[in-house]
Design a protein around this ligand. Sequence first.
Ligand SMILES: O=C(O)CCC(=O)C(=O)O
Ligand SMILES: [Fe+2]
Length: 280
Amino acid sequence: MTKSIKNYPKFKLGATFTKEQLDFFNKNGFVHFTGVLSPTEVDELIAGYEAAQEKLIKSKEKTVKGIPVIFGHDENGKRIVQRFPYTSYYSERIKQLVLDSRIQGFKHLLTERSSRVTDSERDGVVFNHYVNSKHSRFKQMGWHTDSIREVFYAKKVFPTLNIGIYLDNSSAVNGGLRVLPATHTQGLFGMLFTKMYYRNTKEDKNEVLVVAKPGDVVVHHGHIWHRVGHSEHTDSVSRRRVMYIPVLCGPKQKRKPPKEGKTGKTPIYHHLHAFAKFDQ
Ligand SMILES: O=C(O)CCC(=O)C(=O)O
Ligand SMILES: [Fe+2]
C-alpha cells in the first residue's frame, strides 16, 4: 500500500497523456482530470438521462439487456431510475459522448492493443443517481472491485477501466467515491479477499476521497478497491449523479441478444448485488 495521498494531484486533459499522468495512474490505479466537459455539456447529459428515464419508466421494463435496473423515488416522491445500464441505447446525447475523442482517448491509459471504449459490453454506459431520501433505493455502494465479474465468469482477467463522468459536485457531503490507492496491483487474491464484497461499507484509514466538480472525469482501474459513501445529508443536498463508461481489453464481451419477447438473461454476477447495501 502506498503512503496516504489525501491531497492527490488533479490534471488537465491534453491531446496525449503526460508522463506524470501515466505514472500517477499506473502507481495509484486512478487519475482525476478537471473541467473535461463544459457546464453546457453537463446539462445536456443530465437532460439526456432524464429523457431516457421517462422512456424506460413508460416502457415498464425492469431490466435493460438483461441487466437489472434500480428504480427509486427522489425527495419529491418522483419515480426515478437510480442505476441505469446501457443508457446510450436510450439517449443519442449519451451515445455521442461515448464517441467523443476526449472519451475515446482514455483507452490509451491501458497499453493493450485491444483496449476499447465500449457501450455494448458489460452493463454499457451506467448512469448512477444517488439520493438520500425516504424512498430512495440507492444511497451508497459498499467496497468492491469492478473486475470481480470477470473473475466470476472464470475468464482471463484483463485490465479494464471505468471512466467516471461527474455531473454534480461530489465530496463527503453527498457520499463521494473512496478509492484504496494501488490496490489494482494486488493480483487475484487481493481482488477476492481484501474486503467483503458490497456488504462492507466501512471507512478504511487508507482510503482516498475523490472530490470532484461537474465536468470532471475520474478514471479508475477495474482491479482497484473502491466504495461510495452514504451522505449524512438528505434530499437534494445528498444528490450525486455520475456516469461510467467502460474500457475493456481482450475478446469482445458481447452478450447474446435476448430472444424475441424476452429481456435477456441476467448474468450470475448481478445476483451478488442481492447482498449489496445500496439503500440502508
Ligand atoms: O458512483 C460511483 O462513483 C462508483 C460506482 C461504482 O463503483 C460502480 O458502479 O461500480
Ligand atoms: Fe465500481
